[in-house]
Design a protein around this ligand. Structure first.
Ligand SMILES: [Zn+2]
Length: 328
């Protein structure tokens, strides 16, 4: 028969073994989570990763303010504008006060260099100047600049290394989603194309794979097919559409068919087929036969698609996206 003392000693030894076992299991857990941080696409990482969407407007076009600002604010969302410092305050580009207002709204202002060169073709010191000056110029205007967009989506190891001296991240193209573990000096992005169902499929994928989808776009415009043109529209004049009540700003005639297609900035309302178009200054008129595309409505549609189908999917700036991805 075992004495109670012996039984207690046995229990203590059992506890001691249990402690070693728990300690061992804990070490194993630590090792596996460390591996998890360096390996891509493990399930633990996907669990941590979140579905995110970011909209970036490259080049700092005026339509970021005149069109996109309203699209995003009416949906309670924000976007980013990537600014070329030499183009600020010039025709068709954002002014300093518009940039300040966008930032106040919660938009992120990104650097898109000083003169928009292909950085891969420059010397190290030229890249250094483009990346450092664009940041300091914008910061001296009172803007917060943390992240970079490479012109033409072009970068290489040298450029990335210099970008790392001044920025938290750099974005190029690549038409890929961003995984949880990512090279933050090579954030991947998709260009917004006139194919809404494709754009929505990217959103579906980002949601199901819990990845970060970055869309980029430039100037926001609309293209329509017209007929019965009477007189000549003047570049930059306001266009009125009746009976829809929509307004726009005439930007160009169709290259191949100048009399049957025009481009304009969609400012307010939604132009419809059979509207009569009138140029405010020229008095020229025409009939709207068909809307070929209206990027304002498309982008609005994309945001609504996210809100309706994936309410938990966040629309974030680049800087917030990096925070969500727990990137330093
Ligand atoms: Zn650009």
């Amino acid at each position: 028969m075992k004495s109670p003392g012996k039984e207690l000693r046995g229990f203590r030894s059992f506890l001691c073994h249990m402690n070693s076992f728990i300690y061992f299991a804990f070490i194993l857990f630590l090792i596996s989570s460390c591996n998890g941080v360096t390996a891509k696409n493990t399930s633990s990482i996907n669990n941590k990763s979140k579905p995110l969407v970011t909209f970036v407007f490259d080049d700092g076009n005026e339509t970021d303010y005149t069109v996109a600002r309203d699209i995003f604010s009416s949906q309670g969302e924000v976007a980013c504008t990537a600014v070329v410092t030499n183009w600020v305050n010039t025709k068709n580009y954002l002014s300093v006060s518009q940039l300040a207002e966008l930032q106040k709204d919660g938009w992120e202002i990104l650097s898109h260099t000083e003169s928009h060169p292909n950085l891969k073709t420059l010397s190290g010191s030229q890249v250094e100047a483009e990346l450092s000056k664009s940041k300091s110029i914008l910061e001296n205007l009172g803007l917060t600049i943390k992240n970079l967009v490479y012109p033409y989506n072009k970068t290489n190891e040298t450029v990335k290394k210099i970008a790392a001296k001044y920025y938290r991240s750099g974005r190029d193209g690549g038409s890929m989603l961003n995984p949880y573990i990512l090279d933050r000096y090579e954030l991947k992005s998709y260009s917004i194309k006139h194919d809404l169902s494709k754009m929505k499929s990217y959103i579906d994928n980002a949601h199901s794979e819990k990845k970060w989808l970055i869309f980029y776009h430039h100037q926001i415009d609309a293209k329509i097919k017209i007929s019965d043109k009477n007189g000549n529209l003047i570049l930059g004049e306001n266009l009125f559409f009746q009976p829809s009540g929509a307004k726009g700003k005439y930007t160009a005639s169709g290259i191949a068919f100048p009399d049957t297609a025009i481009y304009f900035t969609p400012l307010s309302g939604i132009p419809h087929a059979d509207d009569t178009i009138t140029g405010q200054t020229s008095g020229a008129t025409g009939k709207l036969d068909r809307v070929i595309y209206n990027e304002k409505e498309d982008i609005k549609d994309m945001i609504e698609y996210i809100h309706t189908n994936y309410p938990e999917m966040k629309i974030v700036t680049i800087d917030k996206g990096l925070d969500f991805m727990e990137i330093p």
